[in-house]
Design a protein around this ligand. Sequence first.
Ligand code: NI
Length: 226
Amino acid sequence: MLLPIPDVLTADQVLRARQILDEAEWVDGRVTAGHQSSRAKDNMQLSEGSPAARELGGMILAALEQNALFISAALPARVFPPLFNRYQGGQAFGTHVDNAIRQVTGTPHRIRTDLSATLFYTGPDEYEGGELVVEDTYGTHNVKLPAGHLILYPSTSLHHVRPVTRGARIASFFWIQSMIRDDGERTLLFDLDVAIQRINGGGNDPSTAVQLTGIYHNLLRRWADV
Ligand code: NI
């Protein structure tokens, strides 16, 4: 599932974060890349564990804990401390798949990356290029969201960031280990939750019945032996 989550941060939070990001010290992004992806990666990053990264990461994690759409879609067990990157002057990140397991730096903890997330700090009008391109069996999806919005996608996906040819693209990126490892199973639970919320909301939208019928058949397809 490729899911945009709007307004994870408020406009005021984006403004505060942008001030911190402008004053922070940036390093070569290859420091957190795996062997294969270090050859594809060309960007700048905030130092992991720096005061700026900690403050901004805390702001994101607190926002996500309150975000019903994120919780329903990700069913998070653990969230990796957010990292921050900046692309400008033609910088890009070539096609790669994120590492399956990530050590939380300076701790004995590891997380399995089930979902990848990008939270945008700069709006689409502030830079040219810089789309996050996610490939799946249905084709390629170009993602470029307003500041404060987040995109969630399966960490199994091939993806890349197109060159930024004007301005700067500043974002946070991190991973989620879900309570539900399998993307298909997690998507079924999310669809079911969306349908329940619609019914609880008192709406009489016929598309809810269609959605429930879809879930029924997708479960039947999973469990039936014929
Ligand atoms: Ni990646």
